[in-house]
Design a protein. Structure first.
Lengths: 229, 517
């Protein structure tokens, strides 16, 4: 059973859309508002004890979605002050507030204007790329994008030990396309970048792959197969 | 008999395609400043004017070759004569006047009155002939009759023809016209000063045998030279009374001179924005292809920044403060209401030919629906994209004719899902998109040139160019072939979706277009 809890601060159109999209990822979703007349309300001057008593904060992700950007930044900084390890996703409307939200301790900032501008520009300049990538990214087709990590004792690692990324026939052997590699330090490399071209397969690497669901599952199975010690 | 002949001829010419086409062509190259060829005709005419004046100057003290004189007197004059006749022709429509008169008479049940139609035609044509520009054109032709030596001086009228061709001179005239009343007052004041001072100086000086002013003409000449602050000094008053008059004239002269200067400067300052706007409209009408952004908000700024890397972007905004802000951001912005048909007419934008797409990025759905409807009222085909502010208005935007709707809340919802579900993949894709890595997802069109050398995916050497071939988008079937095998055939109109460094993608595209012998 999914025990993850999403706490959404602020009730507006963004909240409704986010709830629609993340409902499959969380066991519980709670919307908290600044409106005192509603049951699930909060106050920016809270010290958040109530919140930690009510929810297991280690299982929570917080979404700061207040309309007023100053209040949203204050909310982000308050939550970060009280919960050091909490994943905080905050909404911003411009570059300046994006920077401030990062400084306030947001784990991830969702820049609404930048995201929209990117989509609009790509729709006009690269309509086909946008169409295809949108379907892949937002799972509107059989094609999916996934992240697959190599463990220490993976059979795949043993079989491909000391092999360069570029030497492995990902497409032919597994029916998937590897786009990039994310290292243990979270730095990511495009699969054909000069740096990645000289890298060998290592444990802890995470591959970002695109493929059909069944091919990705099969690939995950191969990666996950434990080698006999 | 004559009436019916004239009427038949008028209807024939009026409905004749070739006649109307020819007339339209000459109208465009002579009178339509939006026409691209007009500037070449203007340049040609300006060159002829300068050649003509240069020959005149040369002729004063030196012998000029007969061929050049012939060229000046006959060839140039003939070209100007042709221009004059053509301008007279296109200035109004004779056939239209005859037809209008016939239809009018028919309507009121009277016989067709040809004489009335001819009177109207004569009146319209004479009105043109006696217009300032047409008179200059006529005088410029007169040197054609070179036997009359005096008429040679009319070559100088050719210089005035420059008014027709040089836009800056037209702008200067229009600026001066705006202050017509002030200039008239000033001229009346200056004339009174000149007249009074001339009379006074003549009365004082004329009887003095040593005086240089002995006639009234010399008195007027002295007054004008003094009031204009030129003061040659060839004629000057000798008596003390005369010198007192001179002092008054000098002071008045300074006043007239500075007032004239300030008038010109003020009228220019007042008209500066208008002049700049007209220049901008002129420049915009010459841009061959651009994106038109209606409304300047934060989202418009970000979209414009992205689009202007490879395209021209024009912003239309009603609020002058926002227009200034757009200009400060480095975009071409025009202070016109995007929701008014009049704006597009005044801007002379050919939506079909010049605009790639229209982006309705105003601050409210009401504004965007209104803009989209305005555009759809005169153009059905142009691609319109609009942002949606409130989900309940989606249907209204579709109804207004918007082709693509972007709802930012929906996008944020989708992005949140991606981030929550696959944070690593999300970050990796985001990183690939960011300019830091210079990695792009690009679409390459399979054209005839590529098909001449390649038939199957396996023949591409994309790995050599460090490029990931994500798949082929078959435009004809609207399907995406992911991870195509080497044997997958390629077809005309397909798109290759590739991921790689921008520079390598360009090289790969060039490689595909290089014919394999």
């Amino acid at each position: 059973m999914n025990e993850k809890v999403a706490l959404l601060f602020g009730d507006n159109e963004y909240t409704q859309e986010i709830v629609k999209n993340i409902s499959s990822e969380y066991g519980e979703i709670h919307i908290l508002t600044l409106d005192n007349s509603k049951e699930n309300n909060f106050d920016l001057s809270d010290n958040w004890d109530d919140l930690s008593q009510k929810y297991d904060m280690s299982l929570c992700n917080a979404f700061c979605l207040l309309d007023d950007i100053a209040e949203n930044i204050f909310l982000t900084i308050s939550l970060r002050d009280s919960f050091k390890d909490l994943t905080i996703i905050s909404l911003s409307h411009d570059r300046e507030s994006t920077r401030k939200l990062h400084l306030a301790g947001a784990t991830k900032v969702l820049p609404s204007i930048e995201t929209t501008a990117n989509v609009v520009a790509e729709m006009l300049e690269k309509p086909i790329v946008t169409k295809v990538m949108h379907k892949i990214l937002y799972e509107q087709s059989d094609l999916k994008i996934a992240q697959v990590q190599i463990d220490d004792d993976s059979l795949f690692l043993k079989e491909n030990n000391q092999k360069l990324y570029t030497d492995i026939e990902w497409c032919k052997e597994h029916g998937i396309i590897v786009i990039s590699v994310v290292h243990e330090d979270m730095s990511s490399e495009f699969i054909y970048s000069s740096k990645a071209a000289h890298h060998v397969v290592q444990s802890g690497d995470t591959f970002v792959v695109v493929g059909y669901d069944k091919d990705i599952q099969a690939f995950e199975k191969i990666i996950g197969q434990k080698s006999e010690k | 008999m004559i009436k019916s002949l004239v009427l038949d001829l008028a209807y024939h010419l009026h409905t004749s395609n070739s006649y109307q086409k020819t007339k339209h062509f000459f109208y465009n190259i002579l009178e339509n400043s939006d026409n691209n060829y007009k500037r070449y005709v203007d340049l040609f005419m300006i060159t002829l004017i300068f050649i003509s004046v240069a020959i005149l100057i040369r002729e004063v003290k030196s012998h000029v070759e007969d061929s050049l004189v012939f060229f000046n007197n006959f060839v140039i004059s003939f070209i100007f004569l042709m221009e004059y006749i053509l301008r007279l022709w296109v200035s109004s429509s004779v056939t239209q006047t005859i037809i209008d008169q016939h239809e009018h008479d028919l309507l009121i049940g009277e016989k067709f009155r040809l004489s009335k139609a001819l009177k109207k035609i004569l009146f319209t044509k004479l009105k043109y002939i006696f217009s300032f520009k047409a008179l200059i054109d006529l005088f410029a032709i007169l040197p054609f009759f070179h036997q009359l030596r005096l008429l040679r001086m009319f070559i100088l009228f050719r210089v005035f023809k420059l008014f027709r061709y040089a836009k800056s001179i037209q702008t200067f005239t229009s600026v001066l016209k705006a202050k017509k009343f002030e200039f008239l007052t000033l001229s009346i004041f200056a004339s009174i000063v000149v007249f009074v001072s001339s009379v006074v100086i003549y009365v004082i000086e004329a009887n003095n045998p040593d005086a240089t002013i002995s006639t009234f003409f010399e008195a007027v000449y002295w007054s004008i030279v003094t009031i204009s602050t030129v003061g040659y000094g060839d004629i000057s008053p000798l008596s003390s009374e005369g010198r007192v008059v001179a002092m008054f004239v000098i002071v008045a002269g300074i006043g007239v001179y500075s007032f004239t200067t300030s008038l010109i400067v003020t009228s220019f300052t007042e008209k500066l924005d208008e002049i700049k706007d007209l220049k901008l409209i002129d420049d915009v009408s010459k841009i061959q292809s651009f994106y038109l952004i209606c409304g300047y908000e934060n989202i418009s700024r970000e979209v414009a920044k992205r689009l202007c890397k490879n395209n021209d972007v024009i912003v239309l905004e009603e609020d002058p403060i926002k227009v200034e802000s757009a200009k400060k951001d480095g975009f071409i912005a025009l202070n016109y209401d995007p929701g008014s048909t009049e704006s597009y007419k005044r801007l002379r934008i050919d939506i079909q030919k010049q605009v790639k797409a229209i982006l309705c990025l105003g601050q409210s759905d009401v504004e965007n629906v209104y803009t989209a409807l305005t555009i759809r009222s005169f153009n059905q085909d142009i691609f319109i994209l609009s942002i949606l502010k409130n989900s309940t208005n989606r249907a209204k935007l579709t109804f207004a004719g918007v082709n693509e709707i972007v709802y930012d809340k929906e996008l944020i919802g989708a992005v949140s899902k991606e981030f929550v579900g696959k944070p690593v993949a999300f970050e990796a894709i985001h990183a690939l998109h960011s300019s830091h890595y210079d990695v792009e997802v690009e679409e390459l069109l399979i054209d005839e040139r590529i098909l001449e050398s390649y038939n199957y995916v396996g023949e591409f050497n994309n790995k050599k160019y460090r490029i990931v071939l994500l798949g082929i988008y078959r435009q004809s079937k609207e399907e995406f072939v992911f991870n195509p095998s080497d044997e997958e055939p390629i077809e005309f109109g397909d798109y290759l979706l590739v991921i790689g460094k921008a520079i390598f993608i360009t090289e790969f595209n060039n490689y595909l277009h290089t014919k394999v012998s």
